[in-house]
Design a protein around this ligand. Structure first.
Ligand SMILES: Cc1cc2nc3c(=O)[nH]c(=O)nc-3n(C[C@H](O)[C@H](O)[C@H](O)COP(=O)(O)O)c2cc1C
Length: 372
């Protein structure tokens, strides 16, 4: 006799680390460049609390150090002032019944002297200039050749993550996500296109993974493993990233991280036809024992599909959450979605940030013309 098991979908509650989440929709981390001079504003409270019906919110990437800044008006978590405003954000999200993790960030070479304290060179694993341009307060500028970190400086980087994790705890977040994706500092150490060091942080896969594993241990020390996640983009070449053997690299990472009992790993999946490597959530599922969040390009149908296959436990939505503060409700009701406006993604005022309508309002809007 076979017993029918209810199929898991986006609305099946799920345990993530120490939290039971009411649904499996995660708000993906989204940089919005509205934290004036790296300090979040009161408008952040509105923006995040509007989206509190997500099973889990992951904050926009947030610098652990002034040296980790790579764009105008992205928030930090290294000063008392920043921490105090983040506390108001977490209170607002909790007030609306949500949960929010902070994404811990250091951009490494994806910066520019114009964004660095005292106009210094950005730091990186190796002095390799990425192709492309940095976004500064004075407009786009070609990337510079970064300064390779000395071996003796690496413990300071680990300490910056530890302090950022402590500040996030003080600010009332529910957990933290270590940003090890998209070509920023930790990703630069992982992949040999950016890391050509000859010390214990470069060369072999074990050595390239060392900084991430040290940072993970430091952050887990602060938070406990069940409130810490890590984000990877194994297939992404964004920010001029490449690796000679990504399959071996991410296999090693998944195996090592099995020992940490983390809240989750968050995987940016390859874009068919766009990304060079085909390593995503399904690859991790075959090696990694814990909870997996899948991201990139999902809609309701494809989100439900990867959950039903058993290849992911949650699905992150980025652009759809920008435009739909009540995305879970809209998915649940199969209601129409607001369209996102790319021109207001990065920077600007409240428009395109906190004024996307909730379902009731947009239905009212669509009814109004017929009443006129
Ligand atoms: C405006 C914008 C800002 C983003 N900022 C971040 C970020 O701060 N940290 C991060 O890990 N990914 C960031 N991403 C990537 C998203 O988290 C997500 O992976 C991507 O949007 C693909 O998911 P989607 O198709 O659901 O939008 C950003 C994407 C967009 C569009």
């Amino acid at each position: 006799m076979t017993t029918a098991t209810a199929q898991v979908d986006l609305f099946t509650p799920v345990q993530v680390g120490r939290y039971t989440l009411p649904n499996r929709l995660v708000m993906a981390p989204l940089t919005r460049n509205r934290a004036i001079n790296n300090v979040p504003q009161s408008v952040h409270q509105i923006y995040y609390s509007q989206r509190a019906s997500a099973g889990l919110i992951i904050s926009e990437a947030t610098q652990v150090s002034p040296y980790g800044v790579g764009y105008p008006d992205t928030p930090g978590i290294y000063s008392a002032e920043q921490t105090a405003v983040w506390q108001k954000v977490t209170e607002a999200v909790h007030g609306n019944g949500g949960r929010i993790f902070l994404q811990l960030w250091h951009v490494g070479r994806i910066s520019h002297p114009l964004l660095q304290p005292n106009g210094e060179l950005p730091v990186a694993p190796s002095a390799i200039k990425p192709a492309g341009e940095a976004s500064t307060y004075e407009g786009m500028k070609p990337f510079v050749t970064p300064r390779a970190l000395e071996t003796e400086e690496i413990p300071e980087i680990v300490e910056q993550y530890r302090q950022g994790a402590k500040n996030a705890l003080a600010a009332g977040f529910d957990g933290v996500e270590i940003h090890s994706a998209n070509g920023y500092l930790l990703d630069q150490f992982l992949r040999d296109g950016a890391n050509q060091r000859s010390d214990r942080y470069g060369g072999s896969i074990e050595n390239r993974a060392r900084l991430l594993l040290e940072v993970t241990a430091a952050v887990v020390d602060v938070w406990g493993s069940d409130r810490v996640g890590i984000r990877f983009s194994p297939s992404g070449s964004f920010n001029d990233m490449s690796d000679s053997n990504p399959e071996a690299l991410y296999r090693y990472l998944a195996e090592q991280l099995n020992g940490f009992n983390l809240a989750y790993l968050h995987i940016i999946d390859p874009r068919p036809g766009e990304d060079k490597f085909e390593i995503g959530t399904r690859f991790f599922r075959s090696i990694y024992n814990g909870t997996l969040i899948a991201a990139d390009g999902y809609d309701k149908a494809s989100g439900n599909e990867i959950l039903a296959e058993g290849n992911a436990d949650l699905v992150a939505y980025g652009r759809l959450f920008i435009a739909n503060p009540d995305l879970p409700k809209r998915f649940k009701l199969d209601a129409p979605l607001n369209q996102y406006d790319r021109s207001t993604f990065y920077g600007g005022d409240e428009h395109g940030y906190i004024d996307y309508p909730f379902l009731e309002e947009s239905l009212e809007e669509s009814i109004k013309p017929s009443l006129a």
